[in-house]
Ligand binder design. Structure first.
Ligand code: IDP
Ligand code: MG
Length: 139
């Protein structure tokens, strides 16, 4: 089951700019089924837990501040080959390098405020989905 699922968040910049509806529409049009979704706010501490893997990176403090600066929309998505297909769908981390038509090419403002998250492995997709959604919310 986990191999067909990924986890995403529409990040604070894209939510604040009113792009969440357009992005959700793109996600569904690309064949991803929304299994779980909500609008919520991360504290800087919880953002730090989510991005713990980047704790030693120079941008970690800024990243935690940015990710807790406004509401986000986390989602669990289902599709065949979900993790890899979703990474292709969102585009490169740096929007200057993101392919035409990808979410980040369309909506990212910078390498930090890059509109959307996508899990990088099946294992992390499961961990990240559990970070936001209880067992009964991700049936
Ligand atoms: P990803 O989101 O494409 O998987 P990661 O390398 O996992 O990229 O980085 C996590 C998040 O940290 C990025 O989406 C972005 O918001 C931020 N980030 C990554 N690299 C930089 C950087 O060099 N400067 C500022 N923020 C960065
Ligand atoms: Mg990553």
């Amino acid at each position: 089951m986990t191999t067909n699922r990924t986890f995403t968040m529409i990040k604070p910049d894209a939510v604040a700019d009113g792009h969440s509806g357009s992005i959700i529409k793109m996600i569904e049009a690309a064949g991803f089924k929304i299994i779980a979704m909500k609008k919520t706010l991360l504290t800087a501490e919880r953002a730090g837990q989510f991005y713990q893997v980047h704790a030693e990176r120079p941008f970690y403090g800024d990243l935690c501040g940015y990710m807790s600066s406004g509401p986000i929309i986390p989602m669990i998505l289902e599709k065949e080959n979900a993790v890899a297909d979703f990474r292709t769908f969102i585009g490169a981390t740096n929007p200057e390098q993101a392919a035409e038509g990808t979410v980040r090419k369309l909506y990212a403002k910078s390498i930090q405020a890059n509109a959307i998250h996508g899990s990088d492995s099946d294992e992390n997709a499961a961990i990240e989905g559990s970070f936001f959604f209880s067992e009964t919310e991700r049936f």
